[in-house]
Write a protein that binds this ligand. Structure first.
Ligand code: NAD
Length: 281
């Protein structure tokens, strides 16, 4: 039976490290958060980010813009925060209203204030193994893997999902640890080859958003399984991996909810501190 890889205890440990880093900074770090219009999902994120920031000693500056904000005025607002020396990090809450293209807008955040680690300059640094600010979910996955003590050198690692926010940057971080990385996606499933790849995985990471996509019986004996997926099935939240059968075969497995999720917001806060340090230099 697999050991559960829970995010919360690890998040608590990392929060202690963040607190001690903050105590060595000249001033309290400031995270500016922008929400455009009303949205229950965005409000839930804001609440959780605000609470985490405040318990760590990070000032959470919340800016709510109207639903009809144009791209031009949002860019102007971001530029104001870019030039405000008291602000260390900027985050734009999702979802955004239809008139705003997140990909376009997010590139206007200065790379040294991009605490989501999604600016092309920050993503690019991952390729060179030089990134200081990492995308939050891939960073959370790397922390979970690290907590198992696994040496990734030469390991068969299969990542299912190749999105810009999870699968692609995560694969680069894994390559940096000398893992042998296979990236699967919709095309792999289309070619009927998903099972074949998953069965080889000594470490399996799934970030798709389809409940039950990965059958428990495909899991290699003693594999480490990180399930990033979040799916609502009836009144329950489940991942992408069939948990009950998978946990009988894996050595470690993340629960959903309670695995990757609780760590993501902690990674955001770590980036805020990293950004503050970069700006102090
Ligand atoms: P996305 O929709 O951007 O990408 C999905 C990926 O899955 C794509 O690479 C696509 O090719 C692949 N895919 C789709 N159907 C497939 C199939 N049948 N077989 C194999 N691959 C398939 O999604 P995303 O933003 O990367 O998010 C993925 C999941 O992770 C979602 O459930 C999301 O809610 C969750 N997520 C969780 C966290 C967290 O903090 N826990 C953070 C981000 C995303």
């Amino acid at each position: 039976m697999a050991k559960l890889l829970e995010g919360k205890p690890l998040a608590e440990k990392i929060k202690e490290e963040i607190k001690s880093e903050i105590s060595s900074l000249k001033k309290k770090p400031v995270l500016a958060s922008i929400q455009v219009g009303d949205n229950a999902g965005a409000e839930a994120y804001v609440k959780s980010q605000k609470k985490t920031a405040e318990t760590l000693g990070i000032e959470y500056q919340f800016h709510k813009l109207s639903q009809d904000t144009t791209e031009v005025s949002l860019i102007e607002f971001i530029q104001k925060l870019n030039s405000d020396k008291s602000v260390n990090g900027v985050i734009i809450q999702m979802p955004l209203p239809g008139q705003i293209d997140y990909k376009k807008i997010s590139q206007f955040i200065l790379p040294e204030k991009d605490v989501e680690g999604m600016h092309p300059a920050n993503i690019g640094k991952i390729v060179f193994g030089k990134a200081k600010i990492l995308p939050c979910t891939p960073a959370a996955v790397m922390e979970l893997l690290n907590s198992t003590g696994v040496n990734l050198y030469g390991k068969e690692v299969v990542v299912v999902g190749h999105s810009e926010i999870v699968g692609k940057p995560l694969s680069l971080l894994l390559l940096d640890k000398f893992a042998t990385v296979t990236i699967c996606h919709i095309g792999t499933s289309g070619a009927g080859k998903l099972e074949e790849h998953v069965r080889k995985a000594e470490v399996l990471i799934v970030a798709v958003g389809k409940a039950g996509l990965i059958k428990g019986e495909w899991i290699k004996e003693d594999a480490i399984v990180i399930d990033v997926g979040i799916n609502r099935v009836g009144d329950k939240i489940v991942g992408d991996v069939e948990f009950e059968t998978a946990e009988k075969r894996a050595s470690y497995i993340t629960p959903v909810p309670g695995g990757v999720g609780p760590l993501t917001v902690t990674m955001l806060m770590r980036n805020v501190v990293e950004a503050a340090k970069l700006q102090q230099q």
